[in-house]
Design a protein around this ligand. Structure first.
Ligand code: ADP
Length: 534
């Protein structure tokens, strides 16, 4: 067989040539700006020429500090295909973490949204002075950034302008194993760690997204990409969608429910991808406002456990399935997706869909005990998931870690695996509640509590207990005007979970703290508890 290199350049060419009239929509607040794949590819070529002109060479890191939009997609295509490495910076990192990752990745160029200049400036002089060029996308006041960097940024349109040419761009030949992109973990459980994706891993992961047993992207689809492009490559949708000719709808900073509802109504996406908190917000908005999801065939959700109650509510209200998937920055991210196995009667489908997911073709997962023994795939034996495959990272960028051994990655997620490859995550190992020598799953408790009609959000942490070592504390956000107590919730919960799981501590809060990628921030909850402010 031919040894054809698996590169993003092929992905770029395929979308450009075969699906040149597929489109990218960028929401502008009250309507969408649109561009064909053919135009976007031409502009990606122009961007690559412009970046070369700035001295960007092989393996240099070009960072983005952007919302999801057309120019971000152009960078997704241009930077890897010119042989450089696209580093998608998380715009919601704390300033110190942002400074750390910019320096750790040694970003040479940062392309940023003008509206985010003040946020970027918070990375500080030390980190930003090492960046050679700043490239501004869109109009806006960048003075906060200019003050810190001591210069004005270049303009994206100037860099591309004049460089847009008709005809084929001659992209360089690349080694499929060279780095194409990098992304740092969001630091939910510590300092952000860098993951470098190769062309090969991205190519294979994109094909996996097209498989009918995963998201099954095709030219007939239009995907609303709510998950940020800095969060594990927007779950692979930009590359997968481009390869399949799927229209992409980019919401920019308009992530609030009223905007999303308009995007659904006016742009008729067939797919949407976002974390459960986004879908939860839209659900509550839909209680008083019209949300038209008649164009949607499925929504995907992941990043944290998807409450069953949320999936049921979507079926009931919008007639739309939410499909749960599991993955990590380290796994590109798609690794498991929850479709019921063959022969499942309709009334049992939700039992399967509420599980974390079924391992996708191409990756292997196992469950390992604390002493390293591989456990049975029986749906019962509880241990840490380990994973391997061609789109699973083999190391962290320049950061030694004991999470890699014998070709496997230790995920830090604890759960069970059954003989048919269905994973059920009980918890992150750091969040599991150890009570009287047994483990309580904070995720299960949260999901069950969120099934209560008056509860909007629930986050559960373990708090120290003299007798049991730890006991669960539930922080709950109630629906406006609801009048329920902790005791009411506990008695509602009693028939639904094991008796010894019942939280005896209930705290009502206005909102739960969230991490930079929209997960319940348990580090902050624990800190608040330790300080006595819960
Ligand atoms: P970070 O590790 O910085 O939080 P990631 O997005 O890479 O950022 O997080 C991956 C983690 O998210 C997984 O290890 C798992 O704990 C959690 N996760 C992702 N999808 C699911 C899911 N469907 N159910 C439960 N947990 C999930």
């Amino acid at each position: 067989m031919q040894d054809f290199p698996l590169t993003i350049t092929h992905i770029l060419r395929h979308g450009q040539e075969i699906y040149s009239d597929s489109e990218v929509f960028t929401w502008q607040g009250d309507s969408a700006r649109r561009a064909s794949f053919g135009d976007v590819a031409a502009r990606a070529g122009a961007l690559a020429r412009g970046l070369s002109g700035l001295g960007v060479g092989d393996s240099d890191r070009v960072a983005t500090f952007c919302w999801n939009h057309q120019e971000h997609l152009e960078a997704y295509l241009a930077v890897p295909c010119m042989g450089a490495v696209l580093h998608t910076l998380n715009i919601r990192l704390f300033p110190a973490q942002l400074a750390y990752v910019i320096q750790h990745a040694e970003d040479k160029v940062v392309c940023f949204d003008a509206s985010l200049a003040p946020v970027l400036s918070r990375a500080g002089k030390e980190a930003l002075s090492k960046v050679e060029h700043f490239v501004q996308i869109g109009a806006g006041d960048t003075s906060a950034l200019d003050e810190v960097t001591g210069r004005s940024p270049l303009l994206y349109d100037d860099i591309c302008g004049g460089n847009v040419r008709d005809g084929e761009m001659s992209w360089p030949d690349l080694d499929e194993r060279q780095a194409a992109a990098m992304c740092y973990t969001s630091g939910t459980t510590g300092e952000p760690k860098g993951v470098a994706y190769s062309h090969r891993s991205t190519f294979l992961h994109s094909l996996a997204l097209l498989a009918a047993c995963s998201t099954g992207l095709t030219e007939a689809d239009r995907a609303l990409v709510i998950v940020p492009m800095f969060h594990a490559n927007a779950w692979g949708l930009p590359y997968g969608g481009w390869l399949a000719g799927t229209d992409l709808v980019m919401p920019r900073e308009f992530l609030q429910a009223p905007h999303l509802a308009r995007m659904f109504a006016e742009l008729s996406p067939t797919l949407g991808a976002g974390v459960p908190t986004i879908w939860n917000d839209l659900l509550h908005y839909g209680e008083t406002q019209t949300v038209d999801m008649s164009s949607v065939r499925a929504l995907t959700a992941g990043g944290s456990a998807v409450p069953r109650a949320l999936m049921e509510a979507y079926e009931e209200r919008f007639g739309v399935p939410i499909i749960q998937a599991w993955g990590m920055t380290e796994t590109s991210p798609l690794a498991a997706i929850a479709y019921p196995p063959r022969g499942t009667p309709p009334e049992e489908a939700m039992d399967w869909r509420a599980k974390t997911g079924r391992v996708v073709p191409g990756v292997e997962v196992r469950v390992v005990s604390e002493d390293g023994a591989v456990l049975a795939c029986d749906g019962q034996s509880l241990g840490e998931f380990e994973i391997r495959g061609p789109w699973i990272t083999a190391e962290y960028y320049k950061t030694p870690s004991d999470r890699f051994h014998d070709g496997w990655l230790k995920t830090g997620d604890v759960g069970t695996l059954d003989e048919r490859g269905f994973m059920q995550i009980h918890d992150r190992s750091k969040d599991v509640i150890k009570s009287g020598g047994e483990w309580i799953s904070s995720v299960d408790l949260e999901n069950t509590i969120m099934g209560h009609p008056d509860v909007i959000e629930a986050g559960v942490i373990g708090v120290p207990d003299e007798r049991w070592q730890e006991r669960p504390l539930a922080c709950v956000v109630l629906r406006e005007g609801a009048n329920v107590s902790g005791e009411d919730l506990a008695s509602w919960l009693e028939p639904r979970v094991a008796k010894w799981w019942l939280p005896e501590h209930w705290v009502f809060v206005e909102a739960l703290p969230k991490t930079s990628v929209g997960k319940f921030d348990k580090l902050t909850l624990r800190k608040r508890y330790a300080e006595g402010s819960l």
